[in-house]
Design a protein around this ligand. Sequence first.
Ligand SMILES: NC(=O)c1ccc[n+]([C@@H]2O[C@H](COP(=O)([O-])OP(=O)(O)OC[C@H]3O[C@@H](n4cnc5c(N)ncnc54)[C@H](OP(=O)(O)O)[C@@H]3O)[C@@H](O)[C@H]2O)c1
Length: 267
Amino acid sequence: MMKDFWNDRVVVITGASSGIGLALLENLSQYPCKVFALARRANDIADPVSKHSACVITRIGVDLQDPSSILDALTILLSKTDSIDVLFNNAGITAHGRFDELSMEVYRKTFATNFFGPIQLIQGLLGGLKQSKGAVVTTSTVSALYGVPGRAAYSSSKSALHAAMESMRIELREEGVRSSLVCVPYTETNLRKSGLDVKGNILDEGQAKAKLKTPREVAYLLMKVAQDKDARLVTFDFSGFFMKWMRNLAPWLLEKILYKKLYHDFH
Ligand SMILES: NC(=O)c1ccc[n+]([C@@H]2O[C@H](COP(=O)([O-])OP(=O)(O)OC[C@H]3O[C@@H](n4cnc5c(N)ncnc54)[C@H](OP(=O)(O)O)[C@@H]3O)[C@@H](O)[C@H]2O)c1
């Protein structure tokens, strides 16, 4: 990590009330920077235990499923800054269930949170990002790299976001706006408690039975990616690396492995 990179930066974090976003806020609060912490429960975000005296945190309530709430949040944010160095496009929900059982409402809510909301917010912040030749760092998932069984709504919403962020990266190259996608593996957060089941009810599932990353580890990587001018599609560990390459090299084998490994997620 470049020691002084975060000093005096203006940073926006979505999903700052929990998990990876909260860990980002805690890490960033060690620097003399301005952080805008966005979430529905923004007012519940406590001040980090140890915080640099010159770090200024502004909490802004926003519901990414609600376009008018996003407009209100943009008005507040843009009244306080006209430049944004880094936008951590991090908020998101998961949705669990088979393709043939998932209700359309689940698709709509998942896409509203993981795709339409972030797109509207990013469009609204582009002026500030252009002003400082800033970076958008998206917290994505290994499940965006292939349609994962039992996760059709989640996988598709995140891979749609990939495509939009890649288009943006190419188009805004001359203006210096960067965009990186970080495919995070299983991490110990509340994602399985805040996501949706097939009918759109809140999931409330236990943690995945896998080796879990900590939110702090993921936040550290996201901050490193924000500093890397060449970062595009970043995978965190072997699971992401494997998905990324196997989809092109041997999709039949990848599907066989996903079928076996995730069988209980769709039966
Ligand atoms: N945990 C994992 O295993 C894992 C793996 C790969 C990728 N990810 C990605 O990591 C990102 C962060 O998730 P997490 O794991 O840290 O889960 P989390 O603890 O559930 O945090 C999700 C955050 O998103 C916010 N959020 C959810 N719905 C929102 C809405 N409608 N409007 C505004 N904010 C909303 C939540 O805030 P409020 O509820 O206060 O609104 C919360 O701060 C997500 O994009 C997720 O897809 C997670």
